[in-house]
Design a protein around this ligand. Structure first.
Ligand SMILES: Cc1cc2nc3c(=O)[nH]c(=O)nc-3n(C[C@H](O)[C@H](O)[C@H](O)COP(=O)(O)O)c2cc1C
Length: 271
């Protein structure tokens, strides 16, 4: 099978998922790529246009071991008549949860054929200088693996004559007890709303423009608590460092994160 065009869909408030997907696409060496960036709310319509390109690549970060919940309406509305799809989950070295399984279920129900999948590690959204979690990931080695994954996808696709031949096994992910019992958006229990220090802020408005939930008031720069998902895009994109990540229940949170972050995890590839 020869493929010439790709649609690439991603959500990436702090940029690690985007980096991984770009490296995969580079490895695939496709001529015609159409990107759909779901990071800002105006792109997350719940009635996606049908995918016309030869292959779809979807990349999402892992939030509370699942797909970030604001993405479900868009993802469920994707339509295809027997197109190939590649699934990518990027997680903060704590746990990749069931994201690949969820993406597989959703896309197969919409008529896609899952040809490849992978999980990669990205710097954790809650990572700070004092509590670094997967700092600097994806690193050079991760990006080389992502490019290599892209090349292998193309090689696999070339060997396919009929879509019926494709059957990809993705192991059942693990949903830890914490993820089952904690309420949705439990990130709010563990971290404070990252309000701006107005003595440092120069009111440039970058945080307002880039907030994936439109949760920041453009005049006061205050965050609407109920809308904030703690992605910390506003912290990481602020050139003046006017906002910071502050843990609530610091001792407990640091202990949990450090325990789960002990071992540096590696990308996993399913082809
Ligand atoms: C609300 C929230 C929940 C998260 N939950 C998990 C998790 O369950 N496991 C994990 O390893 N990382 C988790 N992360 C970290 C992100 O998956 C990780 O930092 C990812 O690289 C962010 O992608 P981005 O840079 O494209 O935004 C979470 C991040 C946020 C903001």
């Amino acid at each position: 099978m020869i493929i010439n065009s790709a649609t690439i869909i991603y959500f990436s408030p702090t940029g690690t998922t985007k980096k991984v997907l770009h490296a995969i696409v580079e490895g695939m060496n496709m001529d015609n790529c159409n990107y759909i960036d779901l990071t800002l709310p105006n792109k997350r319509i719940s009635n996606a246009s049908p995918i016309h390109d030869d292959i779809l690549i979807i990349g999402v970060p892992v939030y509370e071991e699942r797909i970030p919940k604001m993405l479900y309406p868009f993802l469920i509305s994707l339509k295809s008549s027997q197109k190939l799809v590649v699934l990518v989950a990027v997680y903060g070295n704590i746990g990749e949860g069931i994201v690949l399984n969820e993406l597989k279920d959703i896309t197969e129900k919409s008529g896609f054929k899952v040809v490849a999948a992978a999980s990669f590690v990205g710097e954790h959204s809650f990572s700070t200088k004092k509590v670094p979690i997967a700092e600097g990931r994806p690193n050079h080695g991760d990006l080389i693996k992502a490019q290599d994954f892209g090349q292998k996808i193309m090689k696999k696709v070339q060997t396919i004559n009929d879509l019926k031949e494709i059957s990809l096994f993705i192991p059942e992910g693990n949903l830890p007890l914490m993820a089952k019992i904690l309420p949705k958006n439990s990130a709010r229990i563990f971290t404070k709303t990252p309000e701006a220090d107005m003595s440092i802020c120069n009111h440039c408005g970058v945080c307002v423009k880039l907030c994936p939930m439109s949760a920041i008031d453009k005049n006061t720069l205050k965050i609407k608590e109920s809308q904030c998902i703690r992605c910390f895009s506003c912290v990481k994109k602020c050139s003046r460092k006017a906002r910071e990540i502050i843990y609530k229940k610091k001792f407990l949170v640091t202990r949990i994160l450090n325990a789960k972050n002990k071992e540096e995890k590696e990308p996993k590839i399913y082809l």
